[in-house]
Design a protein around this ligand. Sequence first.
Ligand SMILES: Cc1cc2nc3c(=O)[nH]c(=O)nc-3n(C[C@H](O)[C@H](O)[C@H](O)COP(=O)(O)OP(=O)(O)OC[C@H]3O[C@@H](n4cnc5c(N)ncnc54)[C@H](O)[C@@H]3O)c2cc1C
Length: 414
Amino acid sequence: MSTSDTRSPTCVIAGAGPAGLMAGLLLARSGVDVTVLEKHQDFLRDFRGDTIHPSTLEVLAEVGLLERFLARPHQQLQYAEGQVGSHRVRMADFTHLPTRCKFIGMMPQWEFLNLLAEEAAQYANFHLLMQAEAIGLLTDGQQTVGVTVRTSSGNIPLRAHLTIGADGRHSQLRAAAGLQLKDLGAPIDVLWFKLACDAAQHPAALGRIQDGQVLVMLYRGDYWQCALVILKGMADRIKAEGLEAFRARVARLADRDSAQEIRTLDEVKLLTVTVARLERWYRPGLLFIGDAAHAMSPIGGVGINLAIQDAVATANALARPLLRTSVMIGDLRRVQQRRAFPTRATQALQLIIQNNVLDPLLRSQATPFVPAIVRLMQRVPWLQRLPARVIGLGFRPEHVRTPALPTAGVPPQS
Ligand SMILES: Cc1cc2nc3c(=O)[nH]c(=O)nc-3n(C[C@H](O)[C@H](O)[C@H](O)COP(=O)(O)OP(=O)(O)OC[C@H]3O[C@@H](n4cnc5c(N)ncnc54)[C@H](O)[C@@H]3O)c2cc1C
């Protein structure tokens, strides 16, 4: 970190994930002096979700980034399908959404984050500091006035008019602020791994349900990104059965001869599912967004989308007060009021599915009948548009209302 990096920005954002980078980009684009801190040295990391939903693609279009997104390697999923025993069913059809992109874009998260960072870097008032970890809050009475940053050259105080915690579901700043999470419970965990894929296979998201087991397969061109949904706490027992047993379990579920491409159980990663949210997302001078404000279940793959939507709502509400350096507690409250309903509604749906569908299914060890509503959806395909709308657009999709001021810096190249 150079001395020029340590001068006080108007807004400091902890965490360069989808929420932090999008908020940083939109604020910088509006002329706000913003510094984003990222504790890692790059965006490369384990798989953590590659789904870019139609409403996020709409946001990219609104900031002029859609073409560059589409020019990068990605896959397009137009349908979500399921296989219940031997019955193939279509659960969601994204091709009729009232959006420019009628599909879920699949792009490695590091590629997506690089795109946002490259775009933001074109604004002179945007600063991204890598290997810079926000480890504590600077306070002046009740007011947060910045963060302490751990860097390779020591701990540095970084003062700012507003601090945004976008540091993910294990948020250090949330802990430092003493804000309480409401844990809504989750009876499931997920094991992530890859299976080889024949490029000629039909690009879709595919859920396979058989013998009380659920495997979700996301088409990624030359491989399937797979999620084995398990009862919470079962990961160690499943792994203890050994590699061969795991391969056999997966091969049976995926309806293939073998799963030899899983070379070791180290390639099988556990996601401990948590569904939780903050009761209050803000304090004077401090706001939490994205996973730091609400950890989502992987059901529907909506975590990235909600993080982006929070970022858009944050920029819409706060860009102008930030330009005047006059963010009041009411401005922060407005962000929570705007995003609380989509968060609660999405989590409520996820809880219904995980508690009333997945939990009993995983305990039953039986292959269920195809539910009547799903059978009806096959006879009346129009109904497949409803889940597509909920997954693809979510509740209360946000639109970019922040101006792109000519004074913001160097205009992005097309
Ligand atoms: C295995 C797995 C699979 C997932 N699958 C999907 C999926 O298919 N679809 C989907 O939509 N979502 C998925 N998710 C969830 C999704 O990744 C998150 O919801 C989304 O990334 C949240 O974005 P965020 O910006 O709020 O937080 P994060 O993406 O967690 O970003 C937080 C950033 O802050 C950095 N950071 C943390 N602490 C500090 C600190 N103190 N100082 C500075 N930087 C810090 C982190 O390194 C990280 O870069 C998955 C998650 C996991 C773990």
